[in-house]
Design a protein around this ligand. Sequence first.
Ligand SMILES: C[S@@+](CC[C@H](N)C(=O)[O-])C[C@H]1O[C@@H](n2cnc3c(N)ncnc32)[C@H](O)[C@@H]1O
Length: 206
Amino acid sequence: MKSKIIEFENFNIKTADKVFSPREDVEIFPKAIKDIIKNKNHIIELGTGTGAISISIAKSFNNVEILATDINPSALEIATLNAKLNDVSHLIKFKKSNWFKDIKNKKFDFILSNPPYLSKYNSFHYKDLSDPNSSLYSQENGLYDIYKIIKSGIKYLNDNSYMVIEHSHNQTLYLKDFAKANGLQFIKSEKDNFGFNRVSVFSNRV
Ligand SMILES: C[S@@+](CC[C@H](N)C(=O)[O-])C[C@H]1O[C@@H](n2cnc3c(N)ncnc32)[C@H](O)[C@@H]1O
């Protein structure tokens, strides 16, 4: 696959081989947090791919400090380049990590993620996708990585803070139940261009 340019409303992204190509859902993230953004915001993005979500946040708000992570070194390479091309390198640091494994002694106001959430059982629906399988599929009907992020992310949240997770629309109820069982309250779901729930926001606020 040759590198392509993907255009969003406020910025462009370069794609790379072996890295998930960002979809228009990226732009749901700034929309999801615009009413709950704080004066100063420490943000972590898990599974940044080309960096598109972190860059969209950095382009939308200047009171942010973002740590963008991925397990895939090719993703971190292209994401670092994309941050430079978009003049937001001063707002985003990149780090290799298997979800929270290498994130020590830090707390955040926002945990953002578009993790792999498709089920292998439905993979015939997605046979034309050229993204790496490790960016697309997750066990337990696509919920394994989301559950892992929610469960381990709780101790990485500052007080009155938020998790913002992309998922498929038919996972909404499972996520609400799982988050509730882990002490997080459901705040809202944002819809994609087709009118389906795509990004949900949870909080430890009281
Ligand atoms: C669906 S892609 C999303 C990429 C990007 N955030 C976007 O929306 O365009 C999922 C990303 O999660 C990363 N990933 C998968 N498993 C991971 C893990 N265990 N730890 C960290 N990142 C992981 C993949 O490498 C991929 O970049």
